[in-house]
Write a protein that binds this ligand. Structure first.
Ligand code: PLP
Length: 368
């Protein structure tokens, strides 16, 4: 059996007619750059996440960058980010000329550890970017109270957290804004690149709308230096079709997580992910902690199973950040990078395939 890490083709085949029609409509209307298809998607995406406004952009990195840019972050400002995240979280801080300050994650859910945030705060700290990593919310109550105490802005990195919930509420508006990615492999993926920022603040929204389009609200009149961060019309149309199925796909991911738990039970070398009692995990990734990780990943590959590592190198150990001094120890993030393994996870994965993956894992530990 061959099992992909993710299968975008299988998903496409379930909604092919609608997608083909949506793409054709964009071509018929020649609405390629931003325009009506993007606007329609923005409205629906905001509504789905219980937010007022949505700015569609052309990547998750652009979403993070435009949010911090609109907030006026610049050189000398410090922004707290988890060490265990995709590089873009920190990169967006650096794109504003500001300095990312890395904080360790907690050992159970792998998100930023609220208890370690305060030691990293100085008079220069302006913001915290909690990442809802792997699809599970960060501990927002604790983060909100630290932010209030130190007057810090919260920017949520929701790139892996479409329809994730914390205490019954969708993520994306616990802080000033929520930044999403529609990279093809994300839970809601475009047919190309895409991203969005959600916010409830009208003036912040208007500023971001201008920045994504060369600092202009009216064509050829430029109030600021901006960029071209517009979402493509085609992506808006595709995403609007896919958004209708997102809840169904999310339920399937959650069911698949339960099946993994069932079939991995009893393998003592494997620790399955834990769910926070007051959140809703959407399983962008199913990340287990395992013994002899590198040997296992090679074994699975030989057996036709594609597994991944998210992420093999924490941000502070990347060459690009070698110049930054560490403010606090990041031991859990470093240890995790060594032990974690992401198993195949997508809505179309069958029970038979999940059982096969788990049986191979069992065999590996029994025979080695
Ligand atoms: C994917 C991702 C991003 C960046 O999104 P792109 O659309 O690839 O630019 C940022 N943060 C996290 C946590 C991500 O997973």
């Amino acid at each position: 059996m061959h099992i992909n890490f993710i299968d975008l083709k299988a998903q496409y085949l379930t909604i092919k007619d609608e997608i083909d029609q949506a793409i054709r409509a964009v071509i018929e209307k020649s609405a390629f750059a931003a325009g009506p298809f993007v606007k329609s998607f923005e409205e629906k995406f905001a509504e789905r996440h219980q937010a007022e406004y949505c700015v569609g952009v052309n990547s998750g990195t652009a979403a993070l960058h435009i949010a911090m840019w609109a907030l006026g972050f610049g050189p000398g400002d410090e922004v707290i980010v988890p060490a265990n995240t995709f590089f873009a979280t920190a990169e967006a801080v650096s794109l504003c000329g500001s300095t990312p300050v890395f904080v360790d994650c907690e050992p159970f859910y792998f998100n930023i550890n609220p208890q370690k945030i305060e030691e990293a705060i100085t008079s220069k700290t302006r913001a915290i970017i909690p990442v809802h990593l792997y699809g599970q919310s960060a501990q927002m109550d604790e983060i909100q109270s630290i932010a209030a105490k130190h007057r810090l802005v919260i920017i949520e990195d929701c790139a892996q957290a479409h329809l994730t919930e914390y205490k019954g509420k969708k993520v994306g508006s616990f802080g000033s804004c929520g930044c999403f990615s529609f990279y093809p492999g994300k839970n809601l993926g475009a047919y190309g690149e895409g991203g969005a920022v959600l916010t409830n603040d009208e003036s912040f929204y208007k500023k971001m709308m201008a920045l994504r389009d060369h600092g202009s609200a009216q064509k050829y009149y430029h109030d600021y230096i901006g960029h071209n961060y517009r979402m493509e019309g085609m992506q808006g149309a595709v995403l609007e079709v896919k958004l209708k199925y997102l809840e169904e796909w999310t339920m399937k991911r959650r069911q698949n997580a339960d099946l993994y738990r069932k079939y991995l039970r009893g393998i003592k070398q494997v620790e399955v992910p834990q769910e926070m009692p007051d959140g809703r995990h959407v399983y962008h990734l199913f990340v287990v902690k395992v013994g002899r990780r590198d040997e296992l990943i090679n074994y699975l590959k030989e057996e036709g199973i594609a597994a991944g590592i998210h992420y093999p190198v924490p941000c502070h150990l990347q060459k690009a950040y070698a110049h930054l001094p560490l403010r606090t120890p990041l031991v859990i993030s470093e240890k995790l990078a060594h032990d974690i393994l992401s198993l195949p996870m997508y809505a179309e994965l069958s029970e038979e395939e999940i059982r096969y993956v788990c049986e191979k894992i069992k065999t590996f530990y029994q025979s080695n």
